[in-house]
Write a protein that binds this ligand. Sequence first.
Ligand code: PEP
Length: 253
Amino acid sequence: MRKQIAAANWKMNLTYQQAEKLFDELLATPHQLKQDQLAIFAVPFPYLQLANERMSGRANVMVAAQNCSNKRSGAYTGEVSVEMLNSMNIPCVIIGHSERREYFNESNQLLAEKIDICLETGIQPIFCCGEPLDIREAGTQNVFVGKQLEESLFHLSAEQLQHIVIAYEPIWAIGTGKTASADQAQEMHAFIRSHLSAKFGDSIAENISILYGGSVKGNNAAELFSRRDVDGGLVGGASLDAAEFVKIINALK
Ligand code: PEP
């Protein structure tokens, strides 16, 4: 059975002291994570150790990085390698967030390199995909997202694909307060699953968690997550508020 996941993406927010306070608040707010559910906290690099300390020993909770280098090691000032993350016991990393694609020119091919290094190292990638507004308005979102999947993931073996989590994040819904409707999310998630199924087979595709991201809040999470192919959310803004994020965790099916 595939996992239902609430993943927090703090982006480049919070000072160290604010991060400590948010962890205190999160730990003090009751949440119910069932056996097949997972909460993931993707925090800025300097807070990974803190996140590991605060979350250690908590069942069904994982710490993630928000990015990693496509190079293994060497003279790449300012970059953070997958091996570094692994050596800090960080089990998961977000790959290809639309902000990385847009502001740092990350291409599908470069993301494929990052995915390969993660899988070789045993780190789970959360692979982000999603279309901009003009593509949605032209009605060609399936072709656009299909190409993102093909160019970054279709070189993998079925065995490798099993270790990937996918986050569908329509760019027009990220940080805009404009959420895709549950029907729009379901439609795209079903397309993603069928596209994966055509390449990797039904049983592999059925077991991949596909998260929705784009203005998920405490008051819309349950409706979005109720759909068959929506296996939770990748959450930006609302993950910076403990009560709000715990509502989202509690909305997982
Ligand atoms: C995100 O950061 O991936 C995201 C979906 O942001 P928000 O929830 O703020 O739209």
